[in-house]
Design a protein around this ligand. Structure first.
Ligand SMILES: N[C@@H](CCC(=O)N[C@@H](CS)C(=O)NCC(=O)O)C(=O)O
Length: 296
């Protein structure tokens, strides 16, 4: 882990304060004007990691909305070393070997070098690196040039979606990280217990409806899926979220299997396991990647 300080890479630690994990706000928050897409629907590209749940959301939106031919994707190597995210081969825009080279275009930038990144080909700069904003733009900005039968964030359900998104972020998406990166026993236990209480609530809810908000797949389902699909593969072992497995929940397990079938081309189990088990030396210093779980 490290961060960029005005073009200089600084090797640093996780942002852990007093035993608790804190996630920093993203630095690039530019919006796409739909007119830009009408002028050139191929203007933007994505930099992602297949391991990262936040980047995974953007890949799922891109696929469900049928935007694959408009938005090329550049995938980083699963192993994140002290040098940060890197590419197996130099990436095509700037020819750099590290994701930080993309960020360094912004000479004054100080902060973490994270995926996903929405890259503006015309200006050769980062437009946005906050996944929640990128997915909202993917959902709306290409509709004039590429109508889709999917609307993952329908206007008339926006209030419910925002409320549920926030709940899932706090209690599920970020809760696994707060559990896994805790450096004090008491904090770990509190976080882990709260996480499983939230999973219990979701399992009950999904016993009553097919998706979180009814019969259609919507943004909160995508946000939940990206954590659930990683859960038994890495969060149970690596992050010690091991009171139960998703497999042990009757409704959550059916839900995640069904979504996995629909979204299988966006899921890369090898990258997920390699990244988590190899990239957090404080948690797994020997970088051993477990063989299991073997999926039934
Ligand atoms: N707010 C960001 C968070 C993205 C994020 O934390 N990505 C992680 C990978 S899962 C990352 O790139 N971390 C590298 C680092 O913090 O140095 C988003 O949702 O887009």
């Amino acid at each position: 882990m490290g961060y960029l300080n005005k073009g200089q890479w600084v090797v640093g630690d996780f942002p852990i304060k007093s035993g608790a994990f804190v996630r920093e706000a993203a630095g690039f928050r530019g919006k796409i004007d739909p007119l830009e897409i009408q002028e050139d629907p191929n203007r933007f590209e994505l930099y992602v990691s297949h391991a990262c749940p936040w980047a995974h959301r953007t890949l799922i939106f891109r696929e469900l909305l049928g935007l694959e031919s408009y938005i090329p994707v550049h995938v980083v190597d699963p192993y994140m070393s002290e040098e940060g995210w890197s590419f197996e081969k130099p990436e095509p825009n700037l020819g750099g070997s590290y994701l930080r080279d993309i960020y360094a275009v912004h000479q004054d930038y100080v902060g973490r070098v994270t995926v996903p990144v929405l890259w503006d080909r015309k200006k050769q700069e980062i437009r946005n690196n906050e996944s929640s904003e990128i997915i909202a733009m993917l959902n709306s900005c290409w509709r004039d040039v590429h109508p889709s039968s999917f609307n993952l964030i329908p206007e008339d359900q926006l209030d419910q979606i925002i409320e549920l998104n926030e709940w899932i972020y706090q209690h599920i998406n970020n809760a696994v990280y707060r559990t896994g990166f805790a450096t004090e026993q008491e904090i770990y236990e509190t976080e882990c217990q709260a996480l499983f209480q939230a999973l219990d609530i979701l399992d009950e809810r999904l016993g009553k409806s097919e998706y979180l908000l009814g019969s259609e797949i919507l943004e909160p389902d995508i946000r939940l899926f990206v954590t659930l699909i990683r859960f038994d593969w890495v969060y149970v072992g690596h992050f010690k979220c091991n009171i139960r497995r998703i497999k042990d929940y009757p409704n959550l397990s059916l839900y995640v299997d069904k979504m996995h079938q629909l979204l299988s081309t966006t899921v890369n189990k090898d990258h997920i396991k390699q990244h988590y088990y190899m990239s957090h030396p404080k948690i797994n210093p020997n970088q051993i990647i477990p063989l299991g779980p073997i999926d039934d």
